[in-house]
Design a binder for this molecule. Sequence first.
Ligand SMILES: *Cc1c(COP(=O)(O)O)cnc(C)c1O
Length: 849
Amino acid sequence: MSSVHTDNERRKQISVRGIAELADVNEIKKTFNRHLHYTLVKDRNVATTRDYYFALAHTVKDHLVSRWIRTQQFYYETDPKRVYYLSLEFYMGRSLTNTMINIGIQTACDQALYELGLNIEDLEEMEEDAGLGNGGLGRLAACFLDSMATLGMAAYGYGIRYEYGIFAQKIINGEQQEEPDDWLRFGNPWEKARPEYMIPVNFYGHVIDGPGNTKKWVNTQVVFALPYDNPVPGYDNNVVNTLRLWSAKSPIDFNLKFFNDGDYIQAVLDRNLAENISRVLYPNDNKFEGKELRLKQEYFMCAATLQDIIRRFKASKFGSKEHVRDDFSLLPEKVAIQLNDTHPSLAIPELMRILIDIEGMAWEEAWELVVRTCAYTNHTILPEALERWPVSMLESILPRHLQIIYHINFLHLQDVERKWPGDMDKMRRMSLIEEDGEKRVNMAHLSIVGSHAVNGVARIHSEIIKNDLFKDFYELTPEKFQNKTNGITPRRWLLLCNPGLSDLICDSIGEEWITHLDQLKTLKKFAKDSNMHRKIMSIKQENKLKLAEILFKDYGIKVNVASIFDIQVKRIHEYKRQLLNCLHIITLYNRIKKNPSAKFTPRTIMIGGKAAPGYYTAKKIIKLINAVSNVINNDPIVGDRLKVIYLENYRVTLAERIIPAADLSEQISTAGTEASGTGNMKFMLNGALTIGTLDGANVEMAEEMGNENIFIFGMTVDQVHELEKKGYNAYDYYKSNHELEQVVDQIQNGFFTPGNPDEFKDLADILLKYDRFYLLADYEDYIKTQDLVSATYENQPKWLEMVINNIASSGKFSSDRTIIEYGKDIWGVEANYKKLPAPHEPRELQLRE
Ligand SMILES: *Cc1c(COP(=O)(O)O)cnc(C)c1O
């Protein structure tokens, strides 16, 4: 390390948006050297690249601190309505580059490090991803935090500081292996522990009568919630919001009983039991796993967060006087709580418990406040993903909450009875308590009843919720139901990850798109401009070359950068249909083998994503893709016309490298199963064309860009329903298409695993017998549409016109737009782009504007 590295390309690229002031650069060099010496306790002779990363991270964090303090001071003084985003997942990825960009010191840091003989990109590579999420739901929460800060909202993220985030995926002999993600091993320079704000959370115990109508929850086991604050900087507005993550801490007197028995060692060892609550993220995506520890995580987060919210509500001054605010009727005017899926839905009974048992409020009054304060976002209609906690588990761990849920249900069923007198079937369907088999609490029903707003995450998904999944509830309270189509932050998903394209856009239309993404529509006029075509093509080519270098380094595979980079990256799940992609891959291979001299548009097909460790079929699909890849990549007849690569350990940081290099984005879920998707939006923004079904946000993407700019195929939701009604017979499709028949046979009889012919029999069985996601029904149209993709790629002017139209139409999919809508329609909070004053120190920031 520490060789002088010019890297003129990147330095030129970022220079477009700011020339480093000499004073800033010198200040950063000084601060960096001070941190290397005093914080890292190293000199340049022994410092490692990681030490340099930490020195830079601390330097950048120093620049955040006064903005952070002043933002929080500003909120305290002006007492705006606070927005609380509650989520069991925040898939943040790295912070260093994003922070430098958002506070406008990237160029200065780059220059300072360069003058110190260091390459900032090597340092950036040392940062661990904050992988506190599984996929789309967790990444959405992270994009929302960026947008809420950029829009100047007084917003807080609340979640869990998992000691182990999403596992690292290793592909060994074609199979997924999981490794624990020990992301805190070297420390986390961005977080600030706040032991002084530790909060007790209760579990178990039992309920006795208290004074008046109150109940007391007694004989509980206590676990402390220790908050860690993480800065969330807005883009270029001096706002720094807070993401507060809770860590479980055993109380000093935990297991006192043991201690008194003299088993001091055992008492200390058992402190682990309490602290296990925040140990590890559950790695399921779109799957409910009813484990006791998971229920404890959910309640732990809700209980700590609500105490914090109430404390802040009481402490906020209003007018000019400082005093304790005890008028809870103001709660819905000062607090909005957004539930990211049902995972934090225990916030509803917990807030009731606080208002009734602790604040002494009457039920009716408390209930109105709770409903007006809370709102629920649904993320999936897959039945296996809906949370249904056994009543017996709640009874033991949260006895008081179970009582409250029963009473909520009692009053709710009275409403149902009033609306539909005597309709017992309706009552049964709408009850919060499911009585068939083991008694369970339906957490989605609880969330709907306890919220004033319920939203889906794309138009088609919100319609399905109203007309299908929650039809009864829609008929009972239609005014609650809304749509909020998801979005992504253009800061991370274009400005940060694709500096080449960002610069071209800035050169062409200015910088306003960074905070007003709909400005991209002014690029439409360049759609047929051959000069623009050349520039767009060369940026994409550079991004593909950069990815090709990584692929060669990591997998030793040489890829043809003139080929179509055809990419499907997302969690591995049957409904996302990676197996359908695989059927196409095998079809292409069979065509080359059948007619080696025929014209063929070269493709590099990449698939990446993690399977839940206990999801047998998803893991089998990974194994199949790798087996197919192994045969194809080593077949000399194929040459460099077709390559198949499994992208190991897909995560936020890998997404930032892959997506800017994509030509084709695969969004091929069965219509009606993908609530929105956000990966689809990232690809579109980075100039990849989409092959996709009319599912989730694909529908609105097609609407924005026009059907002539996207490759739509397959059944619509209505056609899926028809097929379902009439009965799906996979065998008919199999027998009616020769290419399909051959492909399924090859999977069936072990063509790709000669040593083990039965290896993929179970996958073939699913395709032909038990397939809930109708792959064979969509196969033929998928293949035809893929052929059209290839033909279109051969016509580069046409392709590039479509690419520009894609980028120019992506404005709607900014998470800024999504958050403005949440603010207007659900939270009653205005998005004002007004900047906070820059802090008086550090000095360089005063000079801006
Ligand atoms: C955006 C994103 C996702 C979501 O992708 P979908 O295609 O919408 O499922 C998942 N994982 C990571 C790392 C992402 O960045």
